[in-house]
Design a protein around this ligand. Structure first.
Ligand code: NDP
Ligand code: 2IT
Length: 445
């Protein structure tokens, strides 16, 4: 790594102690930026790197709520408003017990580059809480969301900061959050949050967008080697929003999706994952993925193990960060893996990424491959601003165009910097350059 980068990185690590995931995300981006700084020394002079790594604003707040037994519970809420050079802060909220400042900052940092890649006018931010919605009643989830928004509302707005969903925050939670915002502010400000229901300001395709977009990116990446999803054996991790729609789109393109998972284990269904059953189990019954096998004779469940035990030609990690490590990667490569596209944020460890790239496996990092979700959020904001609602077909066409452009720009940038096929390099440089230029234009703010 270049000396200036090394120096800036050391500063980031020292200024943000204990935030392992944030360190990992920053390191990965910095490893790509050497050639950009060689060509553009003015970025160094203007301290763009140091500014990029310091969030514009970080909010941490208490979230008190009352559970069904009358006990008072306390969680911690976060919103990190990372960078607004390209537009209002934009990014999801994650409700999961593992959430702490280091997770929110890694996600916010990634979001800045991802949002830049979409070419939509959105800055980057992220938030969430260590609240665990699993096993909580609807009433408890509603009271938690209302309490969370009772603080968050003062920091957000359609021109300021626009949250959405992420792990543990789906349509139900967005409804309760928006409802409380509307009540407190007495404004029907649709553009303040995305992922809304389609009858109250949401966009068609937003629910599907991240999973669909990931597969569309992978399809274009496979095509660079004359390959397609048709007949391809695919394994997906997770069984939430992103995973389910990645499975749906991969199947529509002729893939044979044989396994998916959750945090407790994985299911294998050699006949192909039945999405009706998976949706019933996860969305309706809100049960662990293990319940899938009760409805599908022939399918089996493996507890306490990672889904990467199952051979695949295409792997789509769609659960969480650092869920595919070097050992998993080696096993998959030995079994004939051709491509990995990340629906999740930073699911592949740095060692695993290096191994995949060395082995010649096509590898699409999350900030490029899963950008369809936030891009469709920006389309939702457009519809809200014009009080319009577009058809499914039109919106999906927009999504497909955006994913194709992101793919091509990453590929062209990798070519331009002398490392064809390196989508990590392409995504980091293309994402960085646009934000950095905007920051320079806006002065030292
Ligand atoms: P969901 O809450 O709908 O689903 C999350 C899935 O991941 C569940 O199957 C969950 O299992 C599993 N999971 C969560 N934490 C862990 C863990 N620590 N170890 C193993 N499995 C885990 O979330 P989404 O589908 O929305 O998000 C999945 C990923 O996609 C995240 O990385 C998110 O940041 C990323 N993403 C999401 C976007 C969106 O639009 N929703 C956009 C871009 C990226 P269990 O139920 O057992 O917890
Ligand atoms: O990681 C992500 O891009 C998201 N969770 C979606 C963010 C958004 O604002 O739609």
């Amino acid at each position: 790594m270049k000396l200036q980068l090394q120096h800036a990185l050391e500063q980031v690590l020292a200024r943000n102690p204990g935030e392992r995931e944030f360190h990992q995300a920053v390191t990965e981006v910095f490893e790509s930026l050497g050639p950009v700084l060689d060509r553009n020394p003015h970025y160094v002079d203007a301290a763009v790197l140091e500014r990029l790594c310091e969030p514009e604003r970080q909010i941490i707040f208490r979230v008190p709520w009352v559970d069904d037994t009358g006990h008072v519970r306390i969680n911690r809420g976060f919103r990190v408003e990372f960078n607004s050079a390209l537009g209002p802060y934009k990014g999801g909220l994650r409700f999961h017990p593992s959430v702490y400042l280091g997770i929110v900052k890694f996600l916010g940092f990634e979001q800045v580059f991802k949002n830049s890649l979409t070419d939509m006018p959105i800055g980057g931010g992220k938030g969430g809480s260590d609240f665990d919605p699993r096993g909580r009643s609807n009433g408890e989830v509603m009271r938690f969301c209302q309490s969370f928004m009772t603080e968050l509302y003062r920091h957000i707005g359609e021109h300021t900061d626009v949250p959405a969903g992420d792990i543990g925050v789906g349509g139900r939670e967005i409804g309760y959050l928006f409802g409380q915002y509307k009540r407190i502010t007495n404004r029907y400000e649709s553009g303040v949050i995305t992922g809304k229901g389609v009858t109250w300001g949401g966009s068609l395709v937003r629910t599907e967008a991240t999973g669909y977009g990931t597969v569309l990116f992978a399809e274009r990446m496979l095509a660079t080697r004359g390959l397609s999803f048709d007949g391809m054996r695919v394994v997906v991790s997770g069984s939430g929003n992103v995973a389910i729609h990645a499975i749906e789109k991969a199947q529509a393109l002729g893939a044979h999706v044989v396994a998916c998972s959750d945090s407790r284990g994985y299911v294998v269904d050699e006949k192909g994952i039945d999405l009706d059953v998976l949706r019933q189990v996860r969305d309706v019954e809100r049960k662990p993925v293990s319940a899938y096998v009760d409805h599908r004779p022939g399918a089996h469940y493996v507890a306490d193990a990672r889904v990467w035990q199952v051979d695949a030609q295409v792997a789509l990690p769609c659960a969480t960060q650092n869920e595919l490590d070097e050992r998993d990667a080696k096993r998959l490569v030995d079994a004939g893996l051709l491509a990995v596209a990340e629906g999740a944020n930073m699911p592949t460890t740095p060692e695993a990424v290096a191994l995949l790239q060395d082995a010649g496996v096509l590898y699409a990092p999350g900030k490029a491959a899963n950008a369809g979700g936030v891009a469709t959020s920006a389309l939702e904001m457009q519809q809200n601003a014009t009080r319009d609602s577009w058809s499914f077909e039109h919106t999906e066409e927009r999504l497909a165009g955006i994913m194709a452009r992101i793919h091509d720009r990453c590929a062209e940038t990798a070519d331009e910097y002398g490392d064809p096929g390196n989508y990590v390099l392409g995504a980091n440089i293309a994402g960085f350059t646009k934000v950095a230029d905007a920051m320079l234009a806006l002065g030292v703010v």
